[in-house]
Write a protein that binds this ligand. Structure first.
Ligand code: GTP
Ligand code: MG
Length: 453
């Protein structure tokens, strides 16, 4: 199993934290100590481990929390630091539709390039693309046969010529053939061995400049651990590395080191190899990956819960909303504020009144820029009472803002929907007030702060 030891250690730290009645300084220190031990055990660089745990320590007790539980907050901190360390956001390979996309794989001898080409070809074929493989390896005995044997298993065509000894000529000629045969994705294998490393790098450089691939992927052996960093640096000097695939993570305890070292080169890790078979390739998504390591199935839910609980609610807006007042300006500024829709959704969710229609908030966020232009053409009276915006006013606004009726109508429509939603929420609260506060817990707390409400 991949990352068996690290996963076991991290899950155990999480279980301990979740079981504690209260998080205090001692609990944080104990968790940090265990975290350091498990990361160092997975070959993550010492400096990196200390930097990560220092960040967690600094924030864990010092951050003033609004509504989130400190326990959840600490788990989120650990999660966020781990995600950051192994690569941040995931980034899949960009495949341009209707074109022949050339992907070039480079890496040192035995890193797993040829095997990974078979795996990638299978991955993309299963997604419905017409895939081809090309070999340009003139050094390894039987390199062509190896790739043919792999691609035959999945019915993917392999281009190559074992009699051609010039790798650059081979690359250009065979890739051209694959393009003429209208393949969507052409994955090109390169040599890992050469008479000397410098020459290998020069060959890679030349192949890259003649093929102009959409993406150059560096294949790195995961068993290298943190040494992966210097290898990635070396390749980056001669080729335009776009991303990395880390292989052999199934048989090593140094996976944490390999992933964090690759992430430190500022390249995205696109896939990981987790076995010798063609199906042993996984798309790499740091968030999901860390989630599974921590052993909390709904870690994303927990992270979101903490984020939402910590969103600042503008007391003035809430006051106005409670009085049934809500202008176009309010809508606009709330959507524009840092957390945008999240913030608005949060306020509305706390007011109760059912689910907020997704389209409402999503469209609003998308159209924000256009709205800004429209709003600049409105009078204050129109902003405060958009009901008065009828046909002639709309005409004036459309001309003044250089937008069209559809944009104006859409904005008004969304405003009306939002207002209707709030009205319903307020009614529900009033009903509830007879028997109790009627306010959901989060809302209750916010309103305790305001006079006269
Ligand atoms: N366990 C495991 N083995 C792998 C993985 N990927 C590749 N291998 C094995 O690693 C060895 C080398 O793989 P190749 O694909 O031939 O490596 P290469 O980079 O093409 O090697 P050269 O062409 O000689 O440079 C083979 O025995 C593969 O089966 C993986 O994710 N897990
Ligand atoms: Mg090979």
């Amino acid at each position: 199993m991949v990352f068996k030891k690290l996963g076991k250690d991290l899950a155990s730290i999480m279980r301990t934290l979740r079981g504690l009645p209260k998080i205090d300084k001692d609990a944080v220190n104990a968790a940090i100590k265990d975290l350091q031990k498990s990361l160092l055990g997975a070959d993550v660089k010492v400096e990196l481990v200390f930097q990560m745990t220092e960040n967690i320590k600094k924030e864990a007790m010092n951050t003033e929390l609004k509504r989130a539980r400190r326990k959840d907050f600490l788990i989120k901190l650990v999660h966020d630091e781990l995600v950051k360390t192994i690569g941040g956001k995931s980034a899949p390979i960009r495949i341009k539709p209707g074109k022949s996309n050339v992907i070039l794989l480079v890496g040192i001898q035995g890193s797993g390039k040829t095997t990974t080409i078979g795996k990638l070809a299978r991955f993309y074929k299963n997604k419905g693309y017409k895939v081809a493989a090309v070999t340009t390896d003139t050094w390894r005995p039987g390199a062509y046969e190896q790739l043919v044997q792999l691609t035959d298993q999945i019915g993917v065509r392999c281009y190559g010529n074992p009699n051609e000894k010039n790798a650059i000529k081979l690359a250009v000629k065979e890739t051209k053939k694959a393009i003429n045969d209208e393949h969507d994705i052409i994955i090109v294998d390169t040599a890992g061995r050469h008479k000397e490393e410098k020459e290998l790098m020069r060959e890679m450089e030349k192949i890259e400049s003649s093929l102009k691939p959409n993406e150059v992927i560096l294949v790195i052996d995961g068993t290298l651990g943190q040494q992966a960093y210097s290898q990635a640096e070396e390749f980056a000097k001669s080729t335009n590395i776009g991303s990395i695939i880390v292989t052999k993570l199934d048989g090593t305890a140094k996976g944490g080191g390999a992933l964090s070292a690759c992430a430190a080169t500022n390249q995205s890790i696109r896939f990981i190899g987790v076995g010798e078979k063609l199906e042993d390739l996984e798309e790499f998504n740091p968030t999901t990956f860390v989630g599974s390591l921590l052993g909390i199935p709904d870690i994303e839910g927990l992270v979101k819960k903490v984020q939402e609980a910590e969103i600042d609610v503008d007391p003035d807006l809430v006051k106005r909303m409670m009085k049934g007042k809500f202008t176009l300006d309010d809508l606009y500024y709330q959507l524009k504020s840092i957390k945008k829709v999240g913030k608005m959704k949060n306020i509305l969710a706390m007011m109760g009144g059912g689910n907020i229609p997704e389209a409402l908030t999503d469209d609003a966020e998308k159209n924000l820029e256009k709205w800004e232009v429209v709003l600049n053409s409105l009078t204050q009276a129109e902003k405060e009472d958009p009901k008065i915006i009828k046909k002639t006013r709309k005409r004036r606004i459309a001309i003044g803002s250089g937008t069209d009726y559809t944009t104006i109508n859409k904005m008004l429509d969304q405003y009306n929907q939002m207002k209707k939603f709030m009205k319903k929420a307020l009614q529900m609260q009033k009903k509830g007030k007879k028997g109790g506060t009627g306010l959901p817990p989060g809302f209750d707390n916010i309103f305790k702060k305001f006079d006269g409400l």
